[in-house]
Design a protein around this ligand. Structure first.
Ligand code: NG6
Ligand code: CA
Length: 532
């Protein structure tokens, strides 16, 4: 036997060519195994984007504008970099979220507005932050509000899509390995969580039906059954009632799957913490999208009365607590030093957004907009200038930046940080500004609000003329609509009190001309726009 082995094997092993191929196979498999087990390193930090809903520039106490206290958000704001000129791309939710994930201006997508039961708004062939990170060896997850549409969405009659089988395309087709989401908003049906394309806790014997125009026979509504309400509607929000709260849209069935509003913050926090713990051994990207302080404001009883400002203040205190708990998880898992945390909001603040919840009455001397003009839905500054913070323990030095930066820049900046070549059409790589507080920010930026657009360049802001009311009646916010161009010098006049359009006519011409260069001629609702 030994003789056979030595006569047959030795000459084979001596074959140099074969040894070379064995070595090659060994090195290739070693390289591949290294790649698939990529550990986080300075170039591959975990990345967490904490994204709040309707939180204003003055709602974070580190900005020292309002009187509400957010001690946990302040920790990352004061020990990280706090941007005083950080913008969301839009003054409403879905367009901002679209721009954040893609790095593409939302107005480039015709008709993109607040979604109500609509289909997926990002084409599945589009490059997104999670797709890019997945390619770089990251595990990617989203926990919280989605609001970018799901599947094919509602049909022309207003009938909602089928929520009873696999729902796709959605976040998992845009690059997220894991998704645990609220489909649209807390005030819209269906009031259920969707995990990786399936409604959580759905009983097949009690299917969900959704309609955005017609009620289901025999189902109570906010409009017809005020006696069933624990929260009253002010405008809109008078269709199906879930947990005593009237919603946008009609819903039937899915009783066991319906969420508990007061537990939503705890629920998302728990899912986010689980995700971190499960993925801590590889680089991960977590997009943690909190529902607060969007309506309906339903703080857990532990937070009721804590702000002294009614439910709006209380849910901000609750959101702040969630940020603190998430921070503690990162600390106890020893992840703070290799995790970049970005904190921001999808649009500016609103007080009365459709329910009687004392937001106006109990505000006291707090200023959610931080003294900026306008608010959610507005082309004035408060619509899009939002809290904007980046924190990375030991890597980002505490500091403040007055440079202009937008959430549209997350894509390119994150791509640069992890070392990929992807660059989006409209974003800019500000990795050096975010991490080292070095270099200049944006020179210019287009801002969007309900498909209208405005322009910021340097210290100047220009709002073109638009039809429509100057004050959106129900929410009582200045929209930015006017029959004339408006021009403001934000350095001298951050609250946009002095319109300089007439006095600075040369500046205005220059602004219009630069705006049109980016915005192009595809907009129809700008009147009087004559360029020389
Ligand atoms: C509006 C809702 C508002 C809010 C908003 C979306 C009415 C009258 N108003 O249509 O309450 O849900 O949509 O907010 O229904 S966002 O932050 O998600 O863009
Ligand atoms: Ca929002």
């Amino acid at each position: 036997m030994i003789k056979i082995l030595s006569t047959k094997l030795i000459p084979v092993l001596m074959n140099f060519k074969l040894i070379k191929s064995y070595c090659l196979i060994f090195f290739i498999s070693f390289f591949l195994s290294c790649k698939s087990e990529k550990k986080n390193s300075p170039n591959n930090p975990n990345i967490i984007i904490i994204y709040t809903d309707d939180l204003g520039y003055g709602d974070v106490s580190a900005y020292k504008k309002g009187t509400l206290n957010t001690p946990n958000i302040d920790i990352i704001a004061n020990q990280g970099i706090r941007f005083n000129n950080g913008y969301s791309s839009s003054a409403t939710c879905s367009p901002s979220r679209y721009a954040l994930l893609t790095g593409i201006y939302p107005w480039r997508k015709t008709g993109l507005k607040i979604i109500t039961g609509g289909g997926l708004s990002i084409d599945t062939t589009t490059m997104t932050i999670p797709k890019m990170l997945k390619e770089s060896g990251y595990n990617t997850g989203i926990v919280g509000k989605w609001h970018l549409g799901l599947g094919k969405g509602r049909d022309d009659s207003g009938k909602g899509m089928d929520y009873n089988s696999y729902i796709y395309p959605g976040p998992n087709q845009l690059g997220f390995d894991y998704s645990h989401i609220m489909p649209d908003t807390q005030d819209r049906v269906p009031t259920v969580y969707v995990e990786n394309g399936y409604v959580v806790n759905l009983d097949p014997d009690d299917p969900i039906e959704v309609h955005f125009k017609k009620n289901f026979e025999g189902e109570p509504t906010g409009k017809d059954n005020p006696e069933l309400l624990t929260m009253k509607w002010h405008h809109g929000h008078n269709a199906s009632i879930v947990n005593g709260v009237p919603r946008i849209g009609f819903m039937k069935g899915g009783e066991k799957a319906r969420w508990s509003d007061i537990d939503m913050a705890d629920h998302f926090l728990e899912k986010a913490q689980e995700y971190i713990k499960e993925n801590k051994d590889k680089p991960f990207f977590l997009y943690y999208t909190l529902q607060q302080p969007h309506v309906p404001r339903t703080p857990h009883p532990r937070f009721e009365g804590k702000s002294g400002m009614g439910p709006r203040g209380d849910v901000i205190v609750e959101a702040d607590w969630c940020v603190g708990e998430l921070y503690k998880t990162l600390q106890s898992e020893d992840l703070l030093e290799n995790t970049l945390i970005i904190f921001s909001s999808d649009n500016g603040p609103v007080l009365n957004d459709g329910y009687y919840d004392d937001a106006v009455e109990k505000l006291g001397d707090h200023t959610p907009s931080g003294g900026l003009r306008g608010g959610k839905y507005s082309l004035f500054e408060a619509g899009t200038k939002v809290p904007f913070i980046a924190y990375w323990k030991g890597k980002i030095q505490p500091g403040i930046s007055n440079e202009i930066i937008s959430q549209i820049d997350f894509f390119n900046s994150i791509s640069a940080i992890v070392g990929t070549d992807y660059r989006s059409k409209d974003g800019i790589d500000f990795s050096n500004l975010i991490i080292n507080n070095q270099g200049e920010g944006r020179e210019e930026l287009i801002l969007e609000a309900s498909t209208r657009t405005a322009y910021r360049k340097g210290d100047w802001a220009m709002i073109p003329p638009y039809n429509g009311p100057a004050i959106s009646k129900n929410v009582n916010i200045e929209s930015g609509n006017s029959k004339d161009f408006k021009l403001y010098n934000l350095k001298e006049d951050p609250s946009q009190k002095n319109d300089l359009a007439k006095k600075e006519s040369e500046k205005l011409k220059e602004m219009i001309s630069s705006f049109v260069k980016i915005r192009g001629g595809k907009f129809s609702n700008i009147e009087n726009l004559v360029l020389e």
